[in-house]
Design a protein around this ligand. Sequence first.
Ligand code: ZN
Length: 264
Amino acid sequence: MDFDFSEDDIRRYSRHILLPEVGGIGQAKLRAARVLVVGAGGLGSPLLLYLAAAGVGTIGVIDHDTVELSNLQRQIAHTTGRIGVGKAESAAEAARAINPGVIVIPIAARLDASNALALIADYDIVCDGTDNFATRFLLADACVLGRRTLISAAVLRSEGQLSTFKPHTGGPCYRCLYPGPPPPGLVPSCGEAGVLGAVTGVMGTLQATEVLKEILGIGEGLSGRLLIWDALAASFRTIRLRRDPACPSCGEAPTITDLSAHAG
Ligand SMILES: [Zn+2]
């Protein structure tokens, strides 16, 4: 690993370097890490900004949308002046403005069955900040097949959920928790049901914290646990998740062996 930090780097990351859990070695681990952020929206905005600020060396951000006025209530990587600009590029610009010392790669594309495996292969950790079940299941299956750690956050109205899935080290996968997408129309999207903007900010920030913990190898990760936050009740709880031996993705006889079910 490269431990050669400039004086500016040492000043920039001094509050990390002071922490016994991080130090110079941890900061070098962060610089060597490669993280993919899927979705530059309400979750992806704070997530990307904190990862860049923390000095995560290479960050990919994929989003096919453009910035709209209705995004700005919560998607804090974007600005009024960037309405109409691609979200991946807009978010990358915000991240680079905080920390020009990290590489931010905007990917203006929709994650699909044809590109998912090749994309995640370039990264160590993948973050789900998407807003629809089709992409969530596609990404979850791709991460099992590609043996990538998936840190997944979700929000609806005033509630958030967060977990880390790494079945390649023995933990459950997303499909152990949710075997398949809910029937269309059962669970509304944020666009249909609304969401309290700050809730996405907290969940994206918690997600960023879990990414840093995974890179640094510190603390108790969320593999095998689901964190649930009820913002109106101001209460957090954590429930145990078990690996399902009959899971179609990570079980003993998996039926999902490629992404063909997600094509078309
Ligand atoms: Zn599973």
